[in-house]
Ligand binder design. Sequence first.
Ligand code: DQA
Length: 157
Amino acid sequence: MREKRTFRILFVDGPNLNVLGDREPSVYGRETPADIRGAVTEAARREGAKVAFFQSNHEGEIVERLQGAKRRFDGIVINPAAYTHTSVAVRDALIYAGLPSIEVHLTNPASREGFRKVSYVEDVVVGRICGVGGYGYTLALQALLHHLRREGARGRG
Ligand code: DQA
């Protein structure tokens, strides 16, 4: 029987996601970062995966965390928040990390203001999950694990 690998997944949140629950609840809902992390941690426990969480309001800190993820993690779930629409630096750091990644958004940026329709990371991620609130993070974990297991199975022929 094939041994089951424990995949390590890093969750990275961009600016203003620390005040989730309190921030424009009519847009982003009442769920807090702690609620989302709790649900993800529980899902990871069921899946036998290891998860770590990072949030920053500072672009450079996000860049450094993504750089540091190389060789330490197997995949990344990222909600770059406003930096989605502006940051070449976050995009470049994600490429440097070189890990399969899923982009998550609580809302569906495509149904909002025009400037949110641009994503600087959409073409360097495996896929995107948008518009289902905090549940999107759990879905992203499952999608990434599915991807890693499938790739692993392919790699071993
Ligand atoms: C967001 C969407 C972005 O446009 C916005 O700037 C955010 C949150 C989302 O999760 O829906 O901060 O990434």
